[in-house]
Write a protein that binds this ligand. Structure first.
Ligand code: GLA
Length: 647
């Protein structure tokens, strides 16, 4: 039996009921585990032995010195490169799947960007990956890095956190500490976005391997998303194997392309496979994050551009190779969509400038070889040839609501759709709320693009949705409300075109992990709690609770809590089931709804039958009172794990 409830959620009802009774516990983030110290030093003992240089080619001398007040700090001198500096090995002290924070004070002798970075070698990869975690400019003064976050993907090894700078200036470090970040749980008592929108389209998120590592992020995804985009791991720079390509070229084959899945991709794809989450593949043909050498003779970055025919051979082999390796290694993952070409048009609908991505991140190697955008139809033809028949193929772009770009995309997509090689248009939708009134784009402009694309007859997917707050403003309640309103209006526009839209994908999970973290652009706070924009986009939508989480006895209702006060008295076999302590509404789960139902009873606005009363008296005092309500809440937020603790 399915149950239809109003999109005004349990959580909102919970908040409303709880505020008067038990305010702070119900609304705050649930800390499952406090931060724990792993390693800290202020260098006062002169010991720097845990820190090593960055390999044999690093000339740094790591020692200590004292300031005029007698405080000891680390010195890093004789560096002959920006990447030289002190590193701390994490292999023995950190583990995958845990969020860590590193804090330290640092100083450069003269103007320099000091960077805290992470290095690891992903499972199955030959080369190390390097991620800059945070940069700060020092002009000779101490700067603070506070709680810089990172986590380590499953299977990674040779993991280091290290400090580097933009050149070989002398560096200084003090007050280093490495901790686990507090572990939060997700909000359980809000509906899953994928369930709320189940009758309209898929709801998804992009995630990188590092971001997916913590269990709570996995829980968040499992609850809310039924589509995953790998944030970086399937992009050409992460799939291509330069040495193998060069070896083939040296042997006379200029079109052989060698690709492989690295550990980061595998950790996300394993998660999708194990949890049966469909994947949006991203991305095959793109100017960005595609190395310049891919377009050059001999696969040599210094080589000349190859000719068009050679490049078409490389394009075909690349596309064939990517689909091939995924078919072989992940036959059970549902790649329901693939971005075949990304960002080929400028805002006025023209091709990009010829050049390599390394020269300028806006230049295109594809235009370098082809001179224009004539490579696009080939990409779709090859993708259609090698993709699984059920995989839908998309052209994807940002600023897709700019008139020139919008029209160019619509024209190109219509033509390729008619040829049967393109299925849809991806609207990235990296939006800006600013102060609300001058949001970019306005909802009308956004909707005009949706309309235009829907009219092409192509499917439309919103592929990278995020909406930033003003860069220069503090995050205020007012701004968060403006963001909530904007998100709600944008989602309303998307819902209007639901017959043409098959997925809405957010670019990320929690605000702090976003590529635009400065603008708090997503639906979830750093502590995994929902933001006003989460609430605004679910408010007002009628949805159906999925079969798997359905409650045993209720009928359709507008007022959720009324239905949940009905307790089932019998199981389907007719045997009498004893009440479960704490399960006041008898839905076989102990959650915030039980607290609400009990509070309503205590306030005189709901009735409980005998079984429910027995379940409500969790401390077995013979009386049902607010202590029982508080104890159930403590159980829900895991302050207690068993009601015997309060008896
Ligand atoms: C573009 C790309 C994505 C991603 C974002 C920023 O929108 O399509 O792959 O790189 O930028 O993270």
């Amino acid at each position: 039996m399915k149950r239809t409830i109003n999109r005004m959620t349990a959580a909102l009802l919970a908040a409303g009921c709880m505020v008067s009774a038990l305010p702070n516990l119900a609304t705050g983030a649930e800390v499952v585990e406090e931060a724990k110290d792993i390693y800290a030093t202020d260098f006062e003992d002169g010991d720097v032995s845990r820190f090593t240089k960055r390999g044999d080619r690093d000339t740094s001398v790591i020692a200590t010195d004292k300031d005029e007040d007698g405080n000891t700090f680390m010195t890093i001198t004789e560096r002959s490169n920006g990447w030289h500096g002190p590193q701390l090995s994490l292999d023995e002290i950190c583990e995958p799947g845990v969020k860590y924070t590193v804090s330290l004070r640092a100083r450069a002798e003269w103007y320099n960007d000091i960077k805290i970075s992470l290095q690891y070698t992903a499972e199955g990869a030959e080369d190390a990956s390097y991620t800059n975690l945070q940069s700060k400019t020092s002009q000779g003064e101490w700067v603070e890095f506070t709680d810089v976050k990172f986590s380590i993907p499953e299977g990674a090894h040779d993991v280091f956190v290290y400090m580097e700078a933009s050149d070989k200036v002398n560096l200084y470090m003090d007050d280093f500490s490495l901790k686990t970040a507090p572990v939060y749980g997700i909000e359980q008592d809000v509906p899953g976005l994928k369930d709320v929108y189940a009758d309209y389209f898929k709801i998804g998120g992009a995630v990188t391997a590092d971001e997916l590592a913590p269990q709570t992020t996995k829980d968040l995804i499992l609850k809310h998303y039924n589509s995953i985009t790998l944030g970086n791991e399937l992009k050409p720079e992460n799939m291509l194997d330069q040495a193998a390509c060069q070896a083939a070229a040296a042997a006379g084959d200029e079109t052989a392309v060698s690709v492989s899945l690295k550990g980061g991709a595998r950790s996300i794809l394993n998660f999708c496979r194990d949890n049966k989450i469909p994947v949006r593949g991203h991305v095959l043909v793109w100017h960005s994050q595609t190395p310049g050498w891919f377009f050059k003779e001999g696969y040599d970055p210094e080589g000349d551009w190859v000719d068009k025919e050679t490049m078409l051979g490389r394009m075909e082999n690349y596309i064939k190779g990517v689909f091939g390796v995924l078919d072989e290694e992940y036959p059970d993952v549902d790649f329901y969509a693939w971005d075949v070409v990304n960002e080929a048009f400028t805002d006025d609908g023209k091709p990009r400038t010829a050049g390599t991505y390394e020269e300028n991140s806006n230049y295109s190697g594809w235009v370098g070889v082809f001179g224009d955008n004539s490579f696009i139809p080939y990409a779709f033809e090859y993708a259609r040839k090698y993709a699984r028949p059920e995989t839908k193929l998309y052209y994807n772009d940002f600023n897709e609501y700019m008139q020139g770009k919008r029209n160019a995309i619509a024209e190109m997509a219509t033509e390729l759709h008619e040829k049967g090689v393109l299925d849809g248009i991806g609207m990235q939708s990296h939006l800006d709320v600013r102060t609300g009134s001058d949001a970019f784009p306005s909802v009308n402009v956004y909707e005009a693009a949706l309309k235009k694309f829907a009219e092409t007859g192509c499917d439309v997917q919103i592929t990278e949705l995020d909406a930033t707050l003003d860069k220069n403003s503090e995050v205020t309640d007012e701004l968060l409300e403006a963001q909530a309103q904007y998100y709600s209006d944008i989602m309303d526009a998307i819902v209007k075109y639901k017959d043409s839209v098959s997925a809405v994908v957010f670019w990320g999970t929690t605000d702090d992990m976003s590529w635009r973290a400065w603008g708090s652009p997503l639906l979830f706070n750093e502590d995994y709690t929902t933001k006003p924009c989460f609430k605004s986009i679910i408010d007002g939508i009628e949805y159906t609770v999925p079969e798997t989480t359905e409650k045993p006895s209720e009928a359709t209702t507008e007022a959720t809590t009324e239905a949940t006060t009905e307790a089932p008295s019998e199981d389907p076999t007719g045997d009498c089931i004893p009440p479960m302590s704490g399960d006041v509404n008898g839905d076989t789960e102990i959650d915030i709804m039980d607290v609400i139902v009990l509070n309503k009873y205590l306030l005189g606005s709901a009735e409980l039958d005998d079984k429910q009363k027995e379940a409500a008296d969790v401390d077995v005092s013979g009386e049902i009172d607010s202590t029982d309500s508080l104890n159930i809440l403590k159980y829900v937020v895991e302050i207690i794990t068993d009601f015997s603790e309060v008896r």
